[in-house]
Design a protein around this ligand. Sequence first.
Ligand code: GRF
Length: 203
Amino acid sequence: RRVVVLISGNGSNLQALIDAQAHDELGGEIVAVVSNEPDAYGLQRAREAGIDAVVLPHREYDSREAYDGALIKVIERHEPDLIVLAGFMRILTPRFVQRFLGRMLNIHPSLLPDYQGLNTHARALADGVAEHGCSVHFVTEELDGGPVVMQAVVEVAEGETEATLKEKVHAREHLIYPIAVKWCLEGRLQFGSEGATFDGMPL
Ligand code: GRF
């Protein structure tokens, strides 16, 4: 099974996927990593792992539609079974989402449906929540709104700061994302008109 990973930055989740693959725990092969940011550190992680690292700078396109059209071409050249968004900081066009509907996962640093969008850790702290975490979901046209397939919860400790909370959540992201990708590649996690299923059971 073939996986294409889209990134914009550090790529620590990408690294977790690369490490899982190295331990034969991904259930597939990362055949390409694509970044819209030319200096994303994740590109280096890909190269070090011997993975095709592609830069597709959004600044060179004059519309979101044009960029996403080019991105579809780059992705399809690699014939992926699954597209994995790992810190890909772009809003996707409906055409792009439709093209890969049911075959595209994202990870988001909150317990969805709470805290969609940016600055999730700061907002959770400001609200004084007792629990926070991360969610893996299928990507639909609703930003951070597709069906959730996996979550990890962290307790918000006394004296927690945005930095410590972010670090705790990130560590959980690295644990759950490779598992979700594997189950997706194995067909255990599926996307349907009624939402997501695991081994045929509605989630
Ligand atoms: C993660 O917090 C992820 O949940 C969000 O973007 C961040 C990416 O971090 N979608 P990294 O580039 O994988 O380190």
